[in-house]
Design a protein around this ligand. Sequence first.
Ligand code: TRP
Length: 353
Amino acid sequence: MSEFKPQIFSGVQPTGNLHLGNYLGALRKFVALQEQMDCIYCVVDLHSITAQLVHDDLKSQTRSITAAYLASGIDPVKHIVFNQSAVPQHAELAWIFNCVARIGWMNRMTQFKDKAGKDRENASLGLLAYPSLMAADILVYRATHVPVGDDQKQHLELTRDIAMKFNLDFAKKIKEIGKGVDITVGDQPVHAFFPMVEPLIEGPAPRVMSLKDGSKKMSKSDPSDLSRINLTDDAETVARKIRKAKTDPDALPSEVDGLKGRPEADNLVGIFAALSDRTKADVLTEYGGQQFSQFKPALAELAVNVLSPVNAEMRRLIDDPAHIDAVLKDGSERAGAIAEKTMKDVHEIVGLL
Ligand code: TRP
């Protein structure tokens, strides 16, 4: 091989309801990428037991993320949609990566520090090794591009560190079995079995903030449901949440500069822009000078128009779990076939009999 085949991989955890931030930041991007490359989209159920072991309804959460993928427009026939635990090679490669990665690398991860909190000794070993499983998710398909949020950038750097160490430590074996690809990393030529993944972070995706506090990200764990728009909210709920969103007393500015120091105004304008595929500047040319009492109904109408079809399709799918399960089964089989090939080579490279 002279080059790695371009391949997208990304994953979403089946914990909590998806909201507008996930839709604009991740799902819509996933949908757009389908036109450019082969995509594998995963529901990472094994990751969801790292922070909290026991879940009441993990199966229905997994189905619900799958429903959101499909309702947003991901095509499970041209591309692959499946759940992580159905392809055991993820966990198997993660074990090997646990032996590649160093404890120090894991200890430095900000997500681990945040999630483990003060009592680090009491965090699960799985939470510490989380990035190793994430690297395995990606590299078991030798994926080259990963659309993620800004907060996952550090995990992708670690994925590259793992790939690089594996490639260098096993350089001789990789040559021997003839499955490597000549790449350059910096100026260093490397005969690589695993590619150096590229994050796809840029794009139109805005940072969608809480509707109750423009300085906090919209989050599925915020105790106030009014702080977010869930993909399962019906039209009336969406409109009500926008009506109740926090604002300041001033009119909207005519230029983007005028949004500085006005996080709530900035957020609502950003959401309007993202939902209508326009720039904030463009939105302000139309709405500058207007009061929120005029802008909010326009935003509510737009949000309802964009989200209603997604919402309706999601509800329809959630009521048809047999269909969802069939999609996941088909996806797992196709993903599994790729993963199996990779692991066969990995066994050869590592020397597992
Ligand atoms: N850690 C990611 C998140 O919380 C989810 C994830 C798991 C993932 N494995 C992945 C994302 C592989 C991209 C690629 O958002």
